[in-house]
Design a binder for this molecule. Structure first.
Ligand SMILES: [Zn+2]
Length: 310
């Protein structure tokens, strides 16, 4: 009710986004001037006359969907404990087209990856796991070909701190090292099994703690329990919320959403999650349809290589 009361108009939503995008006040993107007039939802620079929109250069750019509907979507996505499916969002927003809901969700997932987010520190478990194919011991079925996902899970006492996930083509050093370097701060302790793909960790500035899986009773999931707990939650989430209908092509987007939710799971305030998502939505670049369906960034490089390799 509070959301509906505060963000029922285009203008109210714009004002909120402007506060998030320009926390210290408006800055003209052309000349840097801080003085501007408001003209029909736009900011017109008092010095150079250039007009800017608060949504230009964000995920809301070129959208035909009214901002109040976007705000309702962000609220729905952040308040659902397990996240939303496109079908659920379409129903809640009463959208005529499924595709519109599907697009909004993918754009919001894109905003869940914070640009320049902090690296994991301290002691971090890292391991790769297969997701997809036939999953034993899980209700329902994951309609996804086997995909290799590498997971980094920060140790927090016996529990799990923050996590990072990425789909990779294989478990080679060339796939694993870039992930570790993008996810974990140098100087941290990286705990892995004895796989040789992790051998260069020492030379990359990490303290490498290796636990070798022997043929004794202990299994990989007991040696690296946090990573395996994360993977099992991920599988349950993909099956539960998305009915297992996740294709290889879009798996990275789902990993982003899962990471966003997991890393903020203890956040008591749903409002804070909404704030965070809105803040990131105006901080990331636009994510047009062509880019969603034909991922061309580093995210898809792995997939492209795997297609080439097979
Ligand atoms: Zn200007």
């Amino acid at each position: 009710m509070e959301l509906e009361a505060n963000f029922s108009t285009e203008e109210a939503c714009r004002a909120y986004l402007a506060r998030l995008r320009w926390p210290t006040g408006f800055h003209c993107p052309r000349c840097g001037s801080q003085k501007a007039w408001r003209v029909r939802g736009l900011w017109e620079c008092a010095r150079c006359g250039c007009q800017s929109s608060v949504t230009a250069g964000t995920i809301f750019q070129d959208t035909r969907i009214p901002l109040p509907v976007w705000f309702r979507a962000m609220w729905w996505v952040t308040t659902q404990k397990n996240g939303a499916s496109a079908l659920g969002l379409q129903r809640v927003l009463e959208l005529k087209k499924y595709k519109a809901a599907w697009m909004m969700l993918h754009k919001l997932r894109h905003a869940m990856v914070r640009p320049g987010r902090d690296l994991l520190t301290g002691r971090v478990e890292v391991d790769e796991c297969y997701v997809g194919g036939l999953e034993e011991g899980l209700p329902g079925r994951l309609n996804l070909d086997k995909a290799l996902v590498v997971v980094a899970a920060q140790e927090d006492g016996p529990g799990i701190g923050r996590i990072r996930l990425r789909q990779i083509v294989d478990a080679s050093t060339e796939s694993l090292m870039p992930f570790v370097q993008d996810s974990i701060a140098p100087g941290s302790v990286v705990h892995t099994d004895g796989w040789r793909g992790y051998l260069p960790l020492d030379s990359k500035g990490y303290k490498h703690d290796v636990t070798i899986v022997t043929r004794k009773k202990k299994t990989a999931s007991e040696l690296l329990p946090r990573v395996h707990r994360v993977v099992s939650l991920l599988k349950r989430w993909l099956i539960g919320t998305h009915q297992g209908a996740v294709s290889h092509k879009y798996l990275d987007y789902y990993l982003d959403e899962f990471t966003f939710r997991f890393n903020r799971r203890s956040s008591k305030s749903r409002g804070k999650l909404f704030f965070r998502l809105a803040q990131q939505a105006v901080a990331v670049d636009p994510f047009p349809y062509e880019q969603i369906v034909r991922p061309s960034s580093e995210k898809s490089k792995g997939k492209a290589q795997s297609v080439a390799a097979t």
